[in-house]
Design a binder for this molecule. Structure first.
Ligand code: SF4
Length: 788
């Protein structure tokens, strides 16, 4: 396929895979890499990714083993694709923008936009213009600075995604606060905000507590609402290690994902020629949103086991020394109703009791989770209930035990640590004031959902996105796009073209930047920067490739120059020095952010250092100084007859909002993305058949219906009552106001929909997902339906 073609859906379906990785993962990764760039660049990137002297994978935030224990190839299929996508030899030039109007680009798919290659020079779309045109850096940044000076600081938004490194993130929040706002929405608002909220409330720190070594040596690891085979593939190596050390794994999911069933390690003979390692000892095929009920049932069973054999089940010493709220929690947990649990989970009581026996036989337990928990209305209570579960047997702060929210983007945790959060605590703001001599605004800023509301209502006028693809990562696509278009100015710091560049404010800017694999040369010499992974390990990342274009600036340089132009000399912050020497930024971080003392020296050590987690010292920075048991109510998800609860998810050939191909190999979906996976019994109840063409119609309170048109139904072993389809195509169905309690995270895993037979010919497919021509949509499929 030429890069100038938009892809066409041509669905074929094969049975879902029952194992992940193995040799096909290697060949697919290499195929993609070689389609993007030369064998030499491919080798250079793959030999440096995740190595102590190389660069951090820009993919997920799964940690690397200690430097001496790493493989020569310390990456997964998706990491290799991701770095190849960044190291591509394709280029988007000024000529390209002359040829394609913004309106034309807005009609292209996410896949097509990404495939055009790396951005090479700053571009501007001036008010009333139809095309982007080249612009110098000084003028581009001057346009933003002029606009920022014209408005009230709280009318500006500074968005980041997890690609941003620590140094740039620290400068961005410093700039925003010196300018006068805490409007720092980030991609965490959309994913793990529920985790941060629940863990902060119950343990006093909104991060995971475990290390890779803990995973390896746990007696029991729960993997809940998470698909590691696609979203954190090297986690499977860690789980394999757990199994080889005698530990067990319980997987809880609405789909029987390949990586949860069996893993073939591509670098081990047993993974190449053998059957690989079975991962899940128990697989709980749970209903969407049933996890809170599951952990309440497990907690009730633990309390009852303690009643039957006092002093043998609960860790009374731990509970007495380290927790508050146990009596109230225990009383509440004993009222858990089995009928409700079985209805909410769709599980048999015997399945839950089997898992309970595994828990009783385990001295150390870890619970890992991802979006399958956080993007529900009751995401926060669910994670609080998991904390209850772990506290009961003292499974926090000891080897092989703890909480593990698995972050999906490489530095999403680090960006938070650096202060990119709309509600940083006063202690952080005070430290900034001491270090830089200005008073940051005390009021909380806007998160991602509230930012969309503010743009929609005309309360926010300037949007600056440093990394990310805001309009595709966020819910309610049509509302979000209209909101962005109301802005006076939108600016995106990006490595590649994406849909957010085509959804413009009156003035729009594309500011091209260095990627992880690019060398970063500044006036002070060759620079490196740092990142923090999901397990609080902080380490250096050094790009190795010549930058994609001589006109690129690093994110640090862009933020520093914008800050200088906007703020002038006040407050007295040495932006120029920061740009020349990133070590000078780390010196300031060391004085502002707890845990980063002596930052430059400690990060110079290969592999870096691990941030302290007080929970592991038995210290809980909550108001009471103790971990908090909580009482959590669950409301049964109500699915009216004729409806399904849809979850949006990634395909295997996708990184966040960017599809690398139209395939989802592990689920057996090929050459198409507009598919909806539905349980065959639900299909029968709905009067539909496998491969029927449908429109997905979102139903939310009394509001207007939301539609995603032209999907093909695929019979698939989802749990009864639930369905699954890919984002960002289905983000259009997620209502902006449907958010998790307390965290304001969109409920993208619980979207009430009905499936309407699609009209014979789709006359007005929605852009940019118009991947299929009617003729192609009707093309016969080439493989039988999966056995379900
Ligand atoms: S597991 Fe995550 S961090 Fe590691 S190589 Fe894969 S995508 Fe990158």
């Amino acid at each position: 396929m030429s890069t100038m073609d938009d892809p066409v859906d041509d669905l074929s379906v094969t049975p879902p895979k029952t194992w992940a990785t193995g040799v096909p993962a290697v060949t697919h990764a290499l195929e993609y890499a070689l389609s993007q760039t030369s064998p030499r660049r491919t080798a250079l990137t793959l030999l440096n990714i995740n190595q102590a002297k190389g660069f951090d994978c820009p993919g997920c935030a799964w940690p690397e083993p200690a430097p001496g224990k790493r493989h020569l190839n310390e990456y997964c299929e998706n990491g290799a694709k991701h770095i190849a996508d960044e190291a591509t030899s394709r280029r988007v030039t000024a000529e390209f923008f002359r040829e394609h109007s913004v309106a034309e680009l807005a009609g292209k798919s996410d896949y097509w936009l990404n495939q055009q290659g790396r951005l090479t020079e700053p571009m501007v779309k001036r008010p009333g213009a139809t095309h982007y045109e080249p612009v110098g850096w000084d003028e581009a940044l001057g346009l933003i600075a002029d606009e920022l000076r014209r408005i009230d600081p709280d009318e500006a938004l500074f968005y980041t995604s997890g690609r941003l490194n620590n140094e740039a993130a620290f400068l961005l929040q410093l700039f925003a606060r010196a300018y006068g706002t805490n409007n720092l929405p980030d991609c965490s608002n959309l994913c793990h905000e529920s985790s941060g909220h629940a863990l902060q409330e119950t343990l006093g720190i909104g991060k995971g507590s475990v290390s890779l070594d803990d995973i390896h040596h746990a007696d029991l690891v729960f993997v809940v609402g998470q698909n590691p085979g696609t979203n954190h593939p090297r986690m499977l190596s860690a789980l394999e290690e757990t199994k080889r050390n005698g530990g067990k794994v319980v997987a809880v999911n609405t789909l029987p994902e390949a990586g949860l069933i069996r893993f073939k390690h591509p670098q081990k003979p047993r993974g190449v020629i053998g059957r690989g390692t079975a991962i899940a000892d128990e697989f709980l095929h749970i209903r969407a949103g049933g996890d809170l009920a599951l952990f309440q049932a497990l907690n009730r069973l633990l309390l009852e086991a303690e009643d039957a054999a006092p002093g043998t089940v609960l860790d009374h010493d731990y509970i007495a020394r380290h927790t508050t709220g146990f009596p109230e929690f225990a009383e509440h947990a004993r009222t858990t109703d089995w009928d409700d649990v079985l209805a909410a989970t769709g599980l048999a009581r015997a399945e839950i009791e089997r898992v309970h026996r595994l828990v009783l036989g385990s001295r150390s337990v870890i619970v890992c989770w991802a979006m399958g928990l956080t993007q529900h209305k009751h995401g926060v209570p669910t994670i609080r209930e998991i904390v209850n579960f772990l506290l009961l047997r003292g499974n926090l702060g000891k080897p092989g035990a703890g909480v593990c929210p698995v972050r999906g983007h490489s530095n999403v945790q680090g960006d938070r640590t650096m202060g990119v959060w709309e509600q940083m605590p006063q202690s952080f703001l005070d430290a900034l004031e001491r270090e830089f001599g200005f008073t940051p605004p005390p009021e909380h800023g806007l998160d991602a959902v509230d930012s969309i509301r503010a743009m929609r209502d005309g309360r926010a006028k300037v949007f600056v996105g440093v990394a990310g693809n805001f309009v595709r990562a966020t819910p309610d696509s049509e509302v979000t796009e209209q909101a962005m278009r109301r802005c006076r100015l939108t600016a995106h710091v990006s490595t590649k073209l994406n849909r957010s560049h085509t959804v413009c404010g009156e003035t729009a800017l594309i500011l091209p930047t260095l990627g992880r694999s690019d060398r970063d040369m500044q006036a002070g010499g060759l620079q490196f920067y740092t990142v923090e992974d999901s397990m609080s390990e902080v380490h250096a990342s050094r790009g190795k490739l010549p930058p994609a274009s001589p006109h690129l600036l690093s994110e640090v340089a862009i933020v520093s120059r914008l800050a200088r132009l906007t703020l002038g000399a006040r407050p007295a912050i040495p932006w120029e020095r920061f740009e020349q020497d990133y070590g000078s930024i780390r010196d300031r971080i060391a004085r502002v952010v707890p845990g980063f003392e002596d930052f430059n020296a400690r990060v110079a050590v290969p592999g870096g250092f691990r941030l302290p987690n007080p929970v592991n010292e038995g210290v809980f920075p909550t108001p009471s100084g103790k971990a908090v048991f909580t009482c959590n109510e669950f409301t049964m998800p109500r699915i009216p007859a004729g409806h399904l609860l849809l979850q949006t998810l990634r395909s295997h050939d996708q990184w966040n909002t960017v599809p690398y191909a139209l395939d989802d190999r592990y689920r057996g979906i090929h050459h198409a993305r507009r598919v909806v996976l539905v349980n065959p019994e639900d299909l029968a109840d709905l009067g539909l058949a496998d491969r029927d063409r449908v429109d997905l119609v979102g139903v939310w309170q009394d509001g207007p219906e939301r539609r995603a048109e032209g999907f093909t139904v695929v019979a698939y072993p989802t749990t009864r009552g639930s369905a699954a389809a890919y984002y960002p195509e289905t983000n259009v169905l997620v209502p902006l106001d449907s958010v998790a309690d307390h965290s304001n995270t969109p409920t993208s895993k619980a979207v009430l929909v009905r499936l309407e037979p699609a009209p014979e010919a789709v006359t007005a497919p929605e852009a940019p997902e118009a991947l299929a021509t009617p003729a192609a949509q009707e093309a016969p499929t080439t493989a039988p339906a999966p056995a379900v």
